[in-house]
Design a protein around this ligand. Structure first.
Ligand code: CP
Ligand code: NVA
Length: 306
């Protein structure tokens, strides 16, 4: 339960396979209320990008554990007036027990973690979204029981979610296929990292063909075509990404028992159709709920609880 005491979570590969298994087990116990824990600490949320799920699920998790949350919106702190990251980090370190950061550059998160002695959690950067993928893995485990032999297919932009999914699948022993348009592949260094973790035991496949990637898959996953910070590119991207939409036709190529996931927020008619997101194979609402349980397990593991 306290396996991650004091640790940062800057990227999913900060966790070992066994640590992910333990987190998912703890999340399951907390979700079913087999376990009531108290963790009377203070979490700071320093978010430079919008958020509904991550902000609210972290806050509710902390409140349910008996802790407190401080919303450190950069617009109402000195961050927006240019106070250096290394100064902000060292000061927040003296007040808070843990800090979750949502920002653009992974490097900025790493600088925060370097200067703050308290644990720092990646609540989304341009490079990774590890908390999302912990909830995704919990959802997949709930639906299938076991990861062995399963394949997850992600179609769309090779973005932060795709990067963390590759690592997450490799870490739990699932095959992963990422289908993107040319020029929108996931981060090459993270692909290499995922392949090193998979160690030829499971597949980490990159393709430009969404139909090849979707064939007989167990989990079909997508995310927005233009992430936060890329809004100005959206118009140019849409025609390029159109063949990567999760439609009923693409879903029909997957295993008949396949589930559909989306980290949300979704753009119906763009990366996913209305029929699919509202259809019988969609598990997106359970997936969103699991953000709460997975992050509660993460907080307990890092902070300790009684
Ligand atoms: N999936 C996710 O991180 O959602 P928010 O941007 O609303 O936090
Ligand atoms: N890739 C998306 C995920 C949002 C939860 C973004 O970064 O905007």
């Amino acid at each position: 339960m306290t396996a991650l005491i004091g640790r940062d979570l800057l990227g999913l590969a900060d966790l070992k396979p066994k640590e992910i298994q333990e987190l998912l087990q703890l999340a399951t116990q907390l979700k079913s209320q087999q376990l009531q824990l108290q963790c009377n600490k203070v979490l700071g949320l320093l978010f430079s990008k919008a958020s509904t799920r991550t902000r609210v699920s972290f806050s509710v998790a902390m409140y349910q554990l008996g802790g407190q949350v401080i919303d450190l919106n950069p617009n109402v702190t000195q961050v927006s007036r240019g106070e250096p990251v290394q100064d902000t980090a060292r000061v927040l370190d003296r007040y808070l027990d843990i800090l979750a950061i949502r920002t653009f550059a992974q490097k900025e998160l790493e600088t925060f973690a370097h200067y703050a002695k308290i644990p720092v959690i990646n609540a989304l950067t341009d490079a990774e979204h590890p908390c999302q993928v912990l909830a995704d893995l919990l959802t997949i485990q709930e639906c299938f029981g076991d990861f062995t032999g399963l394949t997850l297919t992600y179609v769309g932009d090779g973005n932060n979610v795709a990067n963390s999914l590759m690592l997450g699948c490799a870490l739990v022993g699932m095959n992963v296929r990422i289908a993107t348009p040319q020029g929108y592949e996931p981060d090459a260094a993270i692909v290499e990292q995922a392949r090193a973790i998979a160690n030829n035991q499971t597949e980490v496949l990159l393709t430009h063909d969404p139909e090849v990637a979707a064939k007989c898959t167990n989990v079909l996953y997508t995310d927005v075509w233009a992430s936060m910070g890329q809004e100005s590119e959206a118009g140019d991207r849409f025609p390029i990404f159109q063949p990567y939409q999760i439609s009923e036709q693409l879903l029909s190529l997957a295993d008949p028992k396949a589930i559909v996931l989306h980290c949300l927020p979704a753009h119906r008619g763009e990366e996913i159709t209305e029929e699919v997101i509202e259809g019988s194979q969609s598990r997106v609402w359970d997936q969103a709920e699991n953000r709460l349980h997975a992050q509660k397990a993460l907080l307990v593991s890092i902070l300790g609880a009684e």
